[in-house]
Structure formats: C-alpha cells, structure tokens
Design a protein around this ligand. Structure first.
Ligand SMILES: Cc1cc2nc3c(=O)[nH]c(=O)nc-3n(C[C@H](O)[C@H](O)[C@H](O)COP(=O)(O)OP(=O)(O)OC[C@H]3O[C@@H](n4cnc5c(N)ncnc54)[C@H](O)[C@@H]3O)c2cc1C
Ligand code: SF4
Length: 328
C-alpha cells in the first residue's frame, strides 16, 4: 500500500475543504471499499480525511413526511430503523441483501452510494481498464463479462454499479445532500447522481472534488407495496446478477401506479420510467406484466457471457411486480 497522511475532520465543511485543497486527497468513511482498493493500489490517495466520526449518524423525520438519513448512518442501523422498516421496507430488504453483517456494521450510507465497481479487470492492474487508467482500453468487452452491464454501456466501459441500497433509494426517488468547501449545500436527485460511462468511465458521479455527501433525503413513502428482489449466484454475501425494486399501487383490478428500479444491469440504478408510465391504469394481469418486463429491458445488449442477464432481468421484473401486486 502506498503511504498516506491522515487527518480527522472537525465538521463537514472543514472536511470538504481539506479534500478540495489537494487533488490527491479522499474522504474515508467506513473504509470497507476504499481500504481494499488502496491495498491493491487501485486507489492511491496521498491524504485521507476521516469523516467517520462526524455527527451525521441520525435518521430524522422531515417536515414533508419523509426521512433524512445522515451520511454516517451505518447500513445495519438504517436497515433496522423502525421507521425505515415500516415505511420503506424495500430499503431494509435491499440493505440486508448486501454484503455481510460485519460489513454492514461499518459501511456508511454515503460510502455505499460511492462504492466502486466489482469488475475483475478494474481490480487487476495488469489488465487494461478505462475506469482505472483512462485511455488504456476495456478488457471486459472481449473478456469475462458475466457480471457486466446490459443497459447504458459504452465502448469504453460495461461495468455495473454494485450497490443494492442505491437501487431501492432510486425507486424511492431519494435526494442526495452535499456540502461544498465554501459551505454551499445542494440536493441532487439520485437519478442524476451517478453517471453512465460514455467516454469517461472514471467519472462516476456528478460530485465535484471535495464535495461531501452529508445526508440522503427520502420523500414521504409512495403509496403501494414495495418489494426488493435480488438474484445472485449464492443466497448470501454475493453481488447482484440482477436486482429489482418495485412499488405497485392498485385500485381494484387495475394498477394505479408503479415504479421499477433495476440493479446489476447498468453503471447506475436503472429506472424504467417509460414502463412505469405504461403500467399506470393497466389491468393487473399476467400479459401486462410480461409486456412490462419486455419494455423495461428494451434496448438491453449483452456482451457474450452476460447475455443471460437479459431474460433473467425480464423474469425478475415480472416476478417482482407480481409479488408487489399480490400484497398491494
Ligand atoms: C466482501 C464484500 C461484499 C460486499 N457485498 C455487497 C453487496 O452485496 N451489496 C452492496 O450493495 N454492497 C456490498 N459491498 C460493498 C459495501 O456495501 C461497501 O463497501 C460499503 O457500503 C462502502 O461504505 P464505506 O462507508 O465503507 O465506504 P468507504 O470505503 O469509506 O468509501 C467509499 C468511497 O466513498 C467515498 N465517500 C465516503 N463517504 C463520502 C462522503 N460522505 N462524501 C463523499 N465521498 C465519500 C470515499 O472517498 C470512497 O471513495 C460489499 C463489500 C465487501 C467488502
Ligand atoms: S468494464 Fe469498465 S471497469 Fe471493467 S475493464 Fe472495462 S473499463 Fe474497466
């Protein structure tokens, strides 16, 4: 591991200023992703600003009827919170489907949103990877790409974002609150937060260098039943092949509204907004769900070893919608 200097921030703005002051500085939160990457020298920050002890670990009700989740709330605490469990059950389901108990005890809300891809070539410094080393190429395009993306890819990168939590937050229309070194606060809708790879896969979010996440705000829970379904190679401690967060509100035999967010398919949580619009007012019938699953994956492209993800994602969308409808 490359040597680095370390400081503990006194408050959020000071932390932001400390990182902004040096191009080679990074925030460290739970460290469960960053430290692994540093040990492999995939990430080589020369200075770490520790934000893990800042008082950003509260979950508070907002005046609008939602929740404000501090950036330092641990994944375990967020999953177990009684208000989250009762009002945003798919967020609890998504969190508990991620990592292991020990990692969730350490992992923070902000670090989870900003965790890096699990593409094996990103972790292998002997292989070309545009995300790790811009301009070097993408070994996954012709390589072992079973876990890779089928939507929103580019010739430069086909990696997926690995977070489960972010998929549920996408379905809930969360907003990410940040502070800049000059104290400016901004709210970024989660749909705009992560970037698709395009020609710059190493730029993964819209954050500026030094801009720090302070909280995630969840709007009031949407009407309807929430379900998170993760499909993976083994039942625990594995990243998603495909995951779906669905919310369905019913009126009699018809669907009043629906939301669909997918994980494991793109470099960001993927909302199927066109499909959601098509479901509003439709009959809650099998044929409608099959059509919705086809529509949600329209435009999906496989890269060989991950071709199976397209039918898998369709079946997972259909199954998750059907489960949500049953309890709606
Ligand atoms: C074996 C293993 C299995 C896993 N399985 C899953 C899984 O199935 N599903 C899943 O979703 N996740 C999984 N994870 C990932 C885990 O959820 C993440 O490692 C964790 O959420 C990262 O949080 P952290 O606080 O430790 O982040 P850190 O490692 O501290 O930071 C991650 C990144 O975020 C940046 N950062 C952190 N906080 C802020 C902030 N407030 N503002 C700006 N930048 C910030 C850091 O600079 C760093 O670049 C797994 C991890 C491991 C090690
Ligand atoms: S898919 Fe992305 S992360 Fe993986 S090798 Fe290609 S450029 Fe790197």
């Amino acid at each position: 591991m490359q040597s680095f200097t370390y400081e503990r921030a006194a408050n959020a703005q000071q932390a932001a200023a400390a990182v902004a002051a040096r191009p080679d500085a990074k925030f460290i939160s739970g460290g469960t992703n960053l430290l692994d990457l540093m040990k492999l020298e995939i990430e080589r920050p020369a200075h770490l600003v520790d934000i893990s002890r800042l008082p950003l670990d509260r979950i508070e009700e907002t005046a609008a009827g939602g929740l404000r989740v501090g950036a330092q709330v641990r994944n375990s605490d967020l999953a177990a919170d009684p208000l989250v469990r009762s009002r945003y059950p798919m967020l609890t389901q998504a969190l508990l489907a991620g990592a292991s108990g020990q990692i969730r005890n350490k992992a923070s809300t902000s670090g989870n949103l900003l965790q890096r891809t699990r593409c094996p070539y990103f972790y292998d410094r002997h292989m070309p990877c545009n995300k790790r080393e811009p301009g070097s190429g993408c070994a996954a395009l012709q390589g072992f790409n079973r876990m890779h993306a089928i939507l929103g890819t580019s010739e430069a990168c086909i990696a997926v974002h690995p977070s489960d939590m972010a998929v549920a937050m996408s379905g809930l229309d969360a907003s990410i609150e940040t502070v800049s070194p000059d104290g400016e606060v901004r709210g970024i809708p989660i749909r705009d937060f992560h970037r698709l790879p395009g020609t710059m896969p190493h730029v993964e979010t819209v954050l500026d260098h030094g801009e720090m996440i302070t909280a995630v705000t969840l709007p009031p829970p949407p009407p309807g039943r929430q379900v998170y379904r993760k499909v993976r190679d083994r039942a625990s401690y594995a990243f998603a092949l495909v995951s779906v967060a669905a919310i369905v509100e019913k009126s009699g035999d018809r669907i009043r509204s629906a939301r669909i967010a997918m994980g494991g398919v793109a470099a960001k949580p993927w909302r199927a907004t066109e499909t959601e619009r098509g479901l509003a007012g439709a009959a809650a019938a099998e044929g409608v769900l099959n059509d919705a699953a086809e529509a949600a994956l329209a435009g999906a492209v496989g890269h060989g070893a991950n071709d199976f993800k397209i039918p898998l994602a369709k079946r997972t969308v259909r199954h998750t919608l059907a489960t949500a409808i049953k309890g709606a």
